[in-house]
Design a protein around this ligand. Structure first.
Ligand code: ADP
Ligand code: MG
Length: 415
């Protein structure tokens, strides 16, 4: 994981493995039992102690990892310890569905606890608005709200928020994608100074870091997402036109003394084409693709592993799982079909603490796709200048190239 300027909470003292170790109040333990929660998930193991210590926190974890309970449980526990009629926790979410879902989970966990709560979201009529107003003036403990509707209430001036203890931004990346950035700033401007802020996000793009910088104070960071490319991999990209790719590849391979070079391309036809083209340039290369018999594939792979073959070009079948030691250079001739493939491919190099280089060729159509990879791994990948003899490449402007790239990302082609 790269430096984020925040404290790492991962790899500290071994995390507790049962809910007992958090020493929750009995009413909350009853709720957990009623919900059939037996063991905390990894994000819960890591996040709950931090939240109980009142630290600000930024947590990156894929969907389905149990983020909701990670923040609801410590909040409920605190409310059991010091109850009262005041707004204790504000949870901001992108959609009404999510608000309702969290409210229902809360209903379950807090069944035996003195906790009042309400979900506040747009698209409902005047009766709901009056009920929400009542909750916001009389001090419902936990408010789960979509940004627009909450702001409508704030603008009326009656929201009693002065005793707020926790602000929770759930699915923060999705909120920013939906254009809620200004709304979030607006909401935080209404809040008292001293509260804990927790930010949950499935991905960690730069704009989430910016939001974190603006809203969090000295946060701890936890990260339960996909395994990121190993720290030893030097990643970089070339922004190219399709017509420049083969020239670039040849110039990269020309005077490489690297023993093992692995090249990935998107389709088997391209793989075959590259194999022919590079053999013509007297490069010690072979290809693996789905048209080869298993025996032939094994043969090529054996040669590559024992270093009698310097360059291997392959479709995705090779990118997952196969453990070849000490590949010095991985080249993505095309941007991988999805971001996970990228991580798997790049993972072929720098295994077991060696170092390696991973280079990706990004044509205009793939820029948006590549941007998503950068969003997923949470940092920008360095763009290198093309060798001068190839002429100028295109500009890297994923937003502008959006139209062309649309629809290519999620589809998984047979390879
Ligand atoms: P996320 O917000 O990370 O996408 P959720 O909080 O919605 O994930 O949890 C996903 C599912 O896993 C929910 O159905 C939830 O009830 C369940 N779950 C979460 N934590 C636990 C746990 N410790 N034990 C059993 N089920 C859990
Ligand atoms: Mg969630």
């Amino acid at each position: 994981m790269e430096d984020t300027g925040t404290t790492e909470a991962t790899n500290q003292s071994p995390p507790p493995v049962t809910f007992d170790s958090f020493h929750f109040e009995a009413e909350l333990m009853d709720g957990l039992r009623a919900m059939n929660f037996e063991k905390p998930t990894p994000i819960q193991q890591q996040a709950i102690p931090i939240i109980m210590k009142n630290r600000d926190m930024i947590a990156c974890a894929q969907t389905g990892t149990g983020k909701t309970a990670a923040y609801l449980l410590p909040v409920i526990n605190k409310l059991i310890q010091s109850p009262g009629d005041f707004i204790h926790t504000l949870i901001i979410v992108p959609t009404r569905e999510l608000a309702i879902q969290i409210d229902e989970a809360l209903q379950g966990f807090a069944y035996f606890a003195p906790v009042s709560h309400i979900a506040i979201y747009g698209g409902t009529g005047g009766i709901s608005f009056e009920q929400e107003k009542k909750a916001l003036t009389q001090g419902a403990n936990i408010i789960i709200a979509t940004p627009g509707r909450l702001i409508a209430h704030f603008n009326m001036g009656y929201v009693q928020i002065g005793k707020l203890q926790h602000l929770i931004l759930d699915e923060a990346d999705r909120m920013l994608d939906m254009g809620f950035s200004d709304d979030i700033s607006k909401i935080t401007s209404y809040l008292p100074k001293n509260h804990q802020t927790l930010l949950f996000s499935a991905t960690m793009p730069p704009k989430i870091r910016e939001l974190a910088k603006k809203t969090l104070h000295d946060p701890e960071q936890i990260n339960i997402s996909l395994s990121k490319p190993a720290a030893g991999v030097m990643q970089a990209a070339y922004v190219v036109y399709d017509t420049q790719k083969i020239g670039l590849l040849k110039s990269l391979l020309q005077d490489r003394k690297i023993a093992s070079i692995l090249i990935f391309s998107s389709t088997k036809d391209k793989v075959k084409e590259l194999e022919k083209e590079l053999q013509r340039s007297k490069i010690n290369i072979a290809a693996i693709h789905s048209d080869l018999e298993q025996d032939q594939r094994n043969d090529v792979l054996r040669q590559f592993k024992n270093k009698s073959l310097q360059v291997l070009v392959a479709t995705d079948i090779l990118s997952r799982g196969i453990d070849i030691d000490s590949i010095g250079l991985v080249i993505n001739y095309d941007v991988p079909g999805d971001a996970e493939d990228y991580i798997h491919r790049v993972g072929r190099t720098a295994r077991a603490e060696t170092t390696g280089v991973a280079l990706t060729f990004v044509n205009p159509r793939d820029q948006q796709k590549f941007k998503r990879i950068e969003d997923l791994i949470g940092y920008e990948i360095k763009k290198l200048a093309l060798p001068p003899q190839l002429g100028a490449g295109p500009e890297y402007a994923p937003e502008k190239n959006k139209e062309q790239g649309r629809g290519h990302f999620t589809k998984r082609k047979k390879r």
